[in-house]
Each structure stands twice: as structure tokens, then as C-alpha cells.
Write a protein that binds this ligand. Structure first.
Ligand code: SF4
Length: 330
């Protein structure tokens, strides 16, 4: 098949748009969608200046999504003094997995000359995911602990580095899966959090509302790749020869997410565009949920008694899980 844009050999067919694209046009299309999302979400405020630049903390795991995001952000903003990028890699303590992906992070940030910080569960929480997965004091999947610990550290270091935004590499498939999981679980509060964290409130009420929430105790989050399907992110990484690490974590165990992933795959095969429409509808629902949970009915946000992080509980989830893990160790 030929590329619909230039007639060169196509490397992919996007059934949801009907387009066949060559390597060059696929890469351009991925970059354009990420940049469009950055503009659409108004990530770079008008008042950012070279004297008072925005600091964007990028969660860099070394997997294809975060590597592609970091590369595109660098290509877009390397010559723009209004944005400073800081990459943060979190080492969970998973033997044979994170060491290899850390290599990819070092190679990329070295090549792009981006400030790179590494934090570890061992230093921060005095634990390693390999041990947590084995002991499992709360009888839940390893990813349930790991996700809480990771989010906690991303927020903590976004604060510590005085970051204006926290950016992650979630792609369209990730986001559509999360949307369906929250919906199937009837978890309205989680929908509200998802909106507040990743899309933000419509501030100001103008015709072109800022889509990133700027009030509240949390550093605003953004996901510039959320319009790009996972397959295209992977192809981009391969075509650009980026140092992405592709081995799967040995503790990857989210069986429910796996079921949703398969369901979405089948739906997308039979009804191209399903992921896009799920996400569009979900954003509307999540915005309504966020209004409800930010109103009088919503939980009030205070500080964790242990670490001082913003939380709706006395002790934040991360501190509670760390205590459970240490208690189980005796
Ligand atoms: Fe952590 Fe699960 Fe990701 Fe492994 S797959 S790094 S355990 S969240």
C-alpha cells in the first residue's frame, strides 16, 4: 500500500482515520497530535517568559511511551527558553527489569542533554517491589502497591523541583482502558480525580478554557500522547531508533486491565474509532463528576499525618501501604 500523503511505501494503516501512512508521515502525525494536545490543554501559559520559565517534570520510565514523549518535548521546546524539562525516573527495585530501562533513560537524557533525576523505593520507602510482591501483606496485585508508590513520588518530586506541570506518557489505549475500568467499576470519584488530575478544570470560563487545573494542592498533570494509539507510539520509537526498553515487568499482573485491553482490541477491530469515542464521552462524564466532587459533597483535602502530602485521609495511601509492608516484615 502507498502512503495517502505522498505515495511512498506505507508502514501502517490507521483504520480509525482510513489513512495509510509512510514512516515520515506517521512520525509527523504523532508529533502533530502531541503538539496539538499541548496547545489544546494550554500547557504553556501566556505569561511564561525566559526569565520566569515553566518547569515541566516528565515521568521517564525508559518504556516506549515516556521515551517518545521526552523526545517530542525536547524537539518542541529545546530552543524555547520558556520551558525547562526535568526527567524523573523511579526505580522500584525490580531485579533484571528497571536496571535495563534505567540504561535507556540515561542514554536518552544524555543524548538530549536533559536534566535527569533518579529516585528509588529503597531510599524513599525502605522497600523494594520484589519483596513487596513476595510478601503481599494487603493481598492485592503488585501493581496496586507500585502505582500508589509511584504516584506519590511523582507528586512529591514535582513539588520538590517546584514543577509547574507533571507530564506522563500515557497513550490513547492506556486512557481508554482506564476510562472503561472506572466506568465498569462504577467509580465516580475516580473519574473525578482522573479529570482533575489529567484534564483539569475549565478555568476562567472563557471561550478557550484552560484545560489544566491550576488551583488546589496538586501539581497539574498532563498526558500529551493521550490522542495517539499505543501501536503508533511503538512504531514511532522504532522508526526514530529511540532507546526504549521493551521487556515486560515480571510483576505485571493487572488481570482486569488485560481483559479490558482485549475487549477494546476486539471492539477497535470491528468498530474503528471506539477508543477515541470512549475517551471523548468519558471526558464529559468525568467533568460532571469533578463538579460534583469539588462541590459541597466532595471530600476535603488535608495533609497526611506522616508525610504531609495532600490527601483526603488522615494517613495517605502510600504511607499506609508502606506501614503495612514493614509491619508484615516484622
Ligand atoms: Fe510496578 Fe506493576 Fe509497572 Fe511492574 S508492571 S513496574 S509492578 S506498576
Amino acid at each position: 500500500m502507498d502512503c495517502d500523503k505522498c505515495g511512498a511505501d506505507a508502514v501502517m494503516h490507521a483504520a480509525y482515520s482510513g489513512l495509510h501512512l509512510c514512516a515520515d508521515h506517521l512520525c509527523r502525525s504523532v508529533e502533530e497530535r502531541a503538539r496539538h494536545r499541548i496547545r489544546e490543554d494550554a500547557l504553556l501559559p501566556d505569561d511564561a517568559t525566559p526569565e520566569d520559565p515553566e518547569t515541566w517534570l516528565v515521568g521517564l520510565s525508559g518504556g516506549k511511551d515516556s521515551v517518545v514523549l521526552t523526545q517530542i518535548l525536547h524537539d518542541t521546546f529545546a530552543r524555547d527558553p520558556r520551558v525547562e524539562l526535568v526527567a524523573l525516573t523511579i526505580h522500584e527495585g525490580i531485579e533484571g527489569y528497571r536496571d535495563a530501562s534505567l540504561e535507556a533513560c540515561l542514554e536518552l537524557t544524555d543524548e538530549l542533554d536533559i536534566r535527569h533525576e533518579v529516585v528509588t523505593y529503597a531510599e524513599e520507602f525502605d522497600l523494594e517491589m520484589d519483596d513487596v510482591a513476595e510478601d503481599d501483606p494487603e493481598n492485592m496485585a503488585p501493581c496496586a502497591y507500585c502505582g500508589v508508590f509511584r504516584r506519590s513520588l511523582l507528586s512529591q518530586y514535582a513539588d520538590e523541583y517546584d514543577a509547574d506541570k507533571l507530564l506522563t506518557g500515557h497513550n490513547l489505549d492506556d486512557e481508554a482502558q482506564t476510562a472503561l475500568m472506572n466506568f465498569f467499576e462504577g467509580d465516580i470519584e475516580q473519574m473525578a480525580k482522573h479529570f482533575d488530575a489529567s484534564l483539569g478544570a475549565f478555568e476562567g470560563g472563557g471561550e478557550t478554557p484552560a484545560r489544566v487545573r491550576t488551583d488546589g494542592p496538586f501539581v497539574p498533570r498532563a498526558k500529551p500522547l493521550r490522542d495517539v494509539p499505543e501501536k503508533e507510539v511503538a512504531l514511532y520509537a522504532q522508526l526514530q531508533d529511540l532507546p526504549a526498553h521493551i521487556t515486560e515487568c515480571p510483576h505485571a499482573s493487572e488481570a482486569y486491565r488485560g481483559e479490558i485491553q482485549q475487549l477494546l482490541f476486539d471492539m477497535e477491530e470491528n468498530h474503528p474509532g471506539t477508543r477515541h469515542s470512549i475517551l471523548a464521552g468519558y471526558e464529559e462524564l468525568a467533568a460532571l463528576a469533578a463538579q460534583r466532587y469539588r462541590g459541597d459533597d466532595g471530600p476535603s483535602v488535608g495533609e497526611c499525618d506522616r508525610c504531609g502530602a495532600a490527601t483526603t485521609r488522615d494517613v495517605c495511601r502510600a504511607c499506609a501501604l508502606v506501614e503495612a509492608v514493614h509491619a508484615a516484615e516484622g
